[in-house]
Design a protein around this ligand. Structure first.
Ligand SMILES: Nc1ncnc2c1ncn2[C@@H]1O[C@H](COP(=O)(O)OP(=O)(O)O)[C@@H](O)[C@H]1O
Ligand SMILES: [Mg+2]
Length: 337
């Protein structure tokens, strides 16, 4: 990370009279990749496309900057616009492990960071007791005679530590994409706790000491915006809003993800979905629903969309009772009539 401008000055930078770049130094201006393998936006866009993900320039730029600046990337948008997929694709491009922390109501540090394996600790304790009570009483590791401190020293070791996603990411030495998915579902306190981890990239486990990393993982946070996130979290991360794709882009996504769907049908499907999203539905269809519907129509050998087809297959696309009624009342408009 010596070129990122974030770390302390390197010897090269502070050495007097070193105006000439040292051999092997890459010029900062036109380099495509840095130490994290971060690509320039256009190359990243191309690489994502090779992984069947279509990113517009704004998204590719946000991802590229997050990688190069070593900052978390916060992606917000409606369900199904491709937020989670960005992290998955990124892990494939960087050829690193994807570590996913799925947030939910009530999630806490023991589920996110680490926990102790209590059942195994209890078993070990029992075993120590049993050995201590053995007739000859001579067993070396017996609990009997050991002080309370000694016993807990033996119980709170790496062996009994349960690594959760944040700790695993912290220990990855930068060889991971950490996906913190749907952070808006966690509560305020958890968000504050996350913020602390994301700023220090170190945790202190009282029984084991401090675990820190010099190279933090790539961090992608997603939010469906069911509630507002803390200002502090927004400030720490780079932010990008992902919109539903326009009809042309969604047609291309269908072509890339479901090549069995004929081109003409793909375009009609995308047009209908775009109009559906204008209906102010409770749950507007996401790209996953578009793909499901396009595949379903292809299986049914549908070549042109009409009222009957739409009525019969609507449930692949709209999955809320009230929304279904809303769409049925407006079929002609949805079909573009
Ligand atoms: N821009 C895109 N390019 C290709 N596929 C996409 C794109 N956006 C969404 N998808 C598809 O839609 C699915 C749902 O996306 P996902 O990332 O789960 O949405 P979100 O996390 O925003 O709810 C993905 O599995 C992927 O197949
Ligand atoms: Mg998601």
């Amino acid at each position: 990370m010596t070129e990122s401008g974030q770390s302390a000055p390197t010897p090269t930078e502070s050495a007097p009279g070193s105006a000439q770049p040292a051999p092997g130094d890459r010029p900062t201006g036109d380099r495509l990749t840095d130490d994290r393998g971060a690509l320039a936006p256009r190359d990243l866009q191309e690489r994502m496309r090779q992984e069947a993900y279509l990113a517009d320039r704004g998204l590719a730029t946000a991802v590229s900057l997050a990688l190069r600046l070593g900052r978390p990337l916060l992606l917000e948008g409606d369900a199904g616009v491709g937020k989670t997929e960005v992290a998955k694709v990124l892990a494939r491009i960087l050829d690193v492990e994807l570590i996913r922390l799925q947030c939910h109501e009530g999630i806490d540090a023991s589920q996110a960071l680490y926990d102790w394996d209590y059942p195994r600790q209890l078993m070990a304790l029992r075993a120590m007791e049993a050995l201590g009570a053995a007739p000859d009483g001579s067993v070396e590791h017996a609990a009997e005679g050991a002080s309370l401190d000694e016993v807990s020293d033996r119980l709170y070791t790496e062996r009994f530590l349960l690594e959760r996603p944040l700790l695993r990411a912290l220990r990855s030495g930068g060889r991971a994409v950490l996906l913190i998915d749907e952070i808006d579902r966690a509560d305020d306190e958890f968000e504050a706790f996350l913020l602390e981890i994301l700023s220090d990239f170190q945790v202190s486990i009282p029984e084991l000491g401090t675990i820190a990393t010099a190279t933090p993982p790539v961090v992608v946070l997603t939010s469906n915006r069911t509630r507002d996130l803390h200002e502090a979290l927004r400030r720490r991360a780079l932010y990008h809003w992902i919109d539903h794709p326009d009809a042309a882009t969604e047609t291309e996504i269908i072509r890339v993800r479901a090549p069995e769907v004929p081109a003409g049908l793909a375009r009609s499907v995308a047009d209908v979905v775009v109009r559906l999203r204008q209906l102010d539905l409770f749950k507007p269809p996401g790209v996953a629903e578009t793909l499901d519907w396009a595949r379903a129509l292809t299986l049914l050998d549908v070549s042109a969309l009409d009222r009957d087809v739409l009525v019969d297959t609507l449930s692949a696309l709209v999955k809320d009772h009230d929304d279904l009624a809303r769409v049925r009342a407006d079929l002609d408009r949805v079909l573009g009539g």
